[in-house]
Design a protein around this ligand. Structure first.
Ligand code: TXA
Ligand code: MG
Length: 342
C-alpha cells in the first residue's frame, strides 16, 4: 500500500509546502480545529484537485484561510461587523461568510457570490500562510462525508492512495471540532455551523444573531444532515440503553463511554462494562469535560470505526451543564450528524 507523505512541520517543510502551493499543488496542514486540505484560492487547478481528492460536490464552497483582516479584505467585501468579529475572535475558530470580491474565482465558492474567511491561530497554519503570502482555500482534510481529521495520521488514513500528497504534521488539533460559521451576507447575522465560538459570544459582539435550523439546505451546503460520519452505523444511547444493547449484542460493538463522574481520567470502566472488554466490545472512555470531549471526539470515532464493529454506541453526553453548555451544543450538533440515517 502506498501512503501519503507525513512530514514534521519544520520551517523547511513549511517553506516547501508554500512552494507547492505556488506551483498550484495542494497540501494538508494542521489548524487548531481540524486539519485542512489547502490550495491557492486564486488557482483553478488547485481548487479542482481539492474537490477531486475529497470527492466533494462542486457546489459545496470552501473556506479561504487568511492571516488577518487585511488579507481577508482581498477576498471578501469587508464591513464594520466583520471588523468587530475579527478584532475579538481572530485568529481563532470563527469563519465569517461575506460577499466575495470579484477577483475570487467561482470555483473557490461553489459558484456563490459569497466567500467564507477564517484566520486560524495554529502556528503551523500561520507559518504556511505567511510563507505563501496569500489566501489558502481549504476544507477539512477528510474524504467527503467522513469524520474530520484531528491528526496527520487521520489525513494519511483517508488519503492512503495519494502518495504525492504532503501532510504537514503539527500534532493533534487542540480544539478538535470545526470552526463556528457565521454569515454576514444577510441583514441579520446567522450561525450556519456551531463551534467553539458560541452564539452568546456572537450576540455579545453583533446584537441579534439568528440560529436557523440547518439541514440539507441552501445556506451552507456542507452542513447536511448526515456528515462527519463513521462507516459503521452509529447511535447515541443513554447509559441504561448501552447496558441493554451490550447484553443483547451478538456481533462486535464499539462504545464511547463517559468516564464515571467521580473518576474523570480513570479507566472508564463501571458496572456497564464490569465484565470487562472482550472481543465483541471495545470501550473507548470519553471525558466529561466539554473541551476535552471535543478534542477527543473525532479520534475516538475513528478508533471505534477501525475495530470493524456492527454498531458504534455513543453514550449521550450531559445536556445539563450550564458552564460549558455552548461547546456541548456544538458537540451535540456533530453527534446528530454522525448518527443521522443516510
Ligand atoms: O475549522 C474549520 O472550519 C476547518 C479548518 C480546516 O479550517 N475547515 C472546515 O471546512 O471545516 P469544511 O469545508 O469542511 O467546512 C466548511 C463549511 C461548510 O459547511 C461549507 O458549506 C460552509 O463552511 N461554507 C463555506 N463557504 C460558504 C459560503 N460561501 N456560504 C455558506 N457556507 C459556506
Ligand atoms: Mg468538512
Amino acid at each position: 500500500m502506498t501512503v501519503a507523505r507525513v512530514v514534521p512541520a519544520t520551517d523547511a517543510a513549511v517553506r516547501d509546502a508554500a512552494e507547492e502551493l505556488r506551483r498550484g499543488g495542494v497540501v494538508a496542514f494542521p489548524t487548531e480545529t481540524v486539519y485542512g486540505l489547502g490550495g491557492d484560492t486564486f488557482n483553478a487547478k488547485a481548487l479542482a484537485t481539492i474537490y477531486r481528492l475529497k470527492g466533494r460536490p462542486r457546489e459545496n464552497p470552501l473556506i479561504a484561510h487568511v492571516l488577518d483582516a487585511a488579507q481577508a479584505r482581498k477576498v471578501a467585501a469587508w464591513d464594520d461587523r466583520a471588523g468587530r468579529l475579527a478584532e475579538r475572535f481572530w485568529p481563532g475558530p470563527l469563519t465569517i461568510v461575506l460577499p466575495k470580491t470579484p477577483a475570487v474565482p467561482a470555483a473557490a465558492t461553489g459558484g456563490r457570490g459569497t466567500v467564507a474567511v477564517r484566520a486560524p491561530s495554529h502556528p503551523v497554519a500561520r507559518a504556511l500562510l505567511e510563507s505563501f503570502g496569500g489566501a489558502i482555500s481549504a476544507p477539512s482534510a477528510n474524504r467527503s462525508g467522513h469524520v474530520s481529521p484531528t491528526s496527520a495520521a487521520h489525513v494519511a488514513a483517508d488519503f492512503a492512495d495519494e502518495p504525492d500528497l504532503a501532510i504537514l504534521d503539527g500534532g493533534a488539533s487542540p480544539l478538535g471540532i470545526e470552526s463556528t460559521v457565521v454569515s454576514l451576507a444577510s441583514d441579520v447575522p446567522a450561525v450556519l455551523r456551531p463551534g467553539a465560538v458560541s452564539v452568546e459570544e456572537l450576540r455579545d459582539t453583533l446584537g441579534r444573531v439568528d440560529t436557523p435550523e440547518i439541514d440539507a439546505q441552501d445556506a451552507s451546503p456542507g452542513t447536511t444532515r448526515r456528515h462527519y460520519a463513521p462507516r459503521a452505523r452509529t447511535e447515541i444511547v443513554d447509559r441504561e440503553g448501552i447496558r441493554e444493547r451490550l447484553r443483547r449484542a451478538s456481533g462486535p460493538v464499539a462504545v464511547l463511554l463517559l468516564h464515571p463522574p467521580d473518576e474523570d481520567g480513570g479507566s472508564g470502566e463501571d458496572s456497564a462494562t464490569s465484565e470487562g472488554e472482550d472481543l465483541l466490545r471495545r470501550v473507548i472512555p470519553m471525558p466529561r469535560d466539554a473541551t476535552a470531549y471535543a478534542a477527543r471526539l473525532y479520534a475516538a470515532l475513528r478508533e471505534a470505526d477501525a475495530t470493524g464493529p456492527d454498531v458504534i454506541l455513543i453514550e449521550r453526553p450531559p445536556t445539563d451543564v450550564p458552564i460549558d453548555a455552548p461547546l456541548w451544543s456544538a458537540i451535540h450538533d456533530r453527534l446528530r450528524r454522525a448518527t443521522a440515517e443516510e
